[in-house]
Design a protein around this ligand. Structure first.
Ligand SMILES: Cc1cc2nc3c(=O)[nH]c(=O)nc-3n(C[C@H](O)[C@H](O)[C@H](O)COP(=O)(O)O)c2cc1C
Length: 225
């Protein structure tokens, strides 16, 4: 009897040990699983030791993957996406929140073709969509601060380029201001009112090319103090 109890006790001990081992194994596997999930959910940007959530990673990658696209598929950009682009433009910061801009959205082939003059005309003729980002001098600040409109409209332009990239579109900023000839050419071609000054024409569409984004990282262009 005593021997049996001892055996039972011994068995229990062995069984307990086995149970503990199994539980530990399960626990370890669970921890490994959690760690792997955490790692995949905090992928890191190249060369940096910053842990990012997938949303942060996507937002950063959208900036880093934007590149100028100058060839497009023969496919119209959906109206909802066109509006999203303009909304992104208007979300840009402006001096004193003045928003001294106007966006001329060219969706008709014949309207876009009005801009197809001189060098780059061929590219314009192939673009399914063009947004002319203008400064509106009736809304711009007074005096020396008036020139802030250029920075405001540039911020809007970059927002549109980034939104285009995020929406699977490709775009290129073609500059107008401060080249008087280009500014007047666009104003005349589109019959813009006197108060509007075109900063640039953004040509947009579904990409028909897949260029690598340029690596512009130059540490020598940075000073830390
Ligand atoms: C103010 C400005 C004017 C530009 N004008 C033109 C242009 O007239 N034609 C063009 O093809 N690209 C133009 N670009 C696009 C640049 O060539 C392009 O951004 C630059 O080569 C860097 O390439 P990435 O946009 O692929 O990074 C312009 C860009 C800026 C910011």
């Amino acid at each position: 009897m005593q021997l049996r109890i001892f055996c039972n006790f011994a068995n229990d001990k062995i069984l307990n040990n086995l149970y503990m081992k199994k539980t530990m194994k399960k626990l370890l596997m669970l921890m490994a699983g959690i760690t792997m999930y955490a790692c995949s959910a905090t992928a890191q940007p190249e060369g940096e030791g910053v842990a990012l959530t997938p949303e942060q990673q996507a937002a950063y990658q959208n900036i880093m993957t934007r590149t100028s696209i100058r060839s497009w598929k023969d496919k119209a950009v959906e109206q909802d996406k066109v509006e999203m682009l303009v909304r992104a433009g208007m979300a840009a910061p402006t001096a004193v929140n003045r928003q001294p801009w106007h966006f001329v959205v060219l969706i008709k082939r014949e309207s876009i073709d009005l801009l197809a003059t001189g060098r780059g005309g061929g590219m314009v003729r192939k673009a399914p969509l063009a947004i002319v980002v203008c400064g509106d001098m009736n809304k711009a600040l007074e005096g020396p601060a008036q020139e802030f409109w250029v920075q405001d409209a540039s911020a809007a332009t970059e927002n549109i380029l980034l939104a285009a990239n995020a929406l699977g579109l490709g775009a290129v900023w073609t500059g107008a201001y401060p080249i008087t000839e280009r500014v007047n050419g666009i104003k005349e071609a589109l019959g813009l009112s006197e108060n509007l000054v075109p900063l640039c024409v953004i040509l947009i569409g579904y990409p028909n090319e897949n260029p690598e984004p340029k690596d512009k990282w130059k540490p020598e262009n940075v000073t830390y103090k």
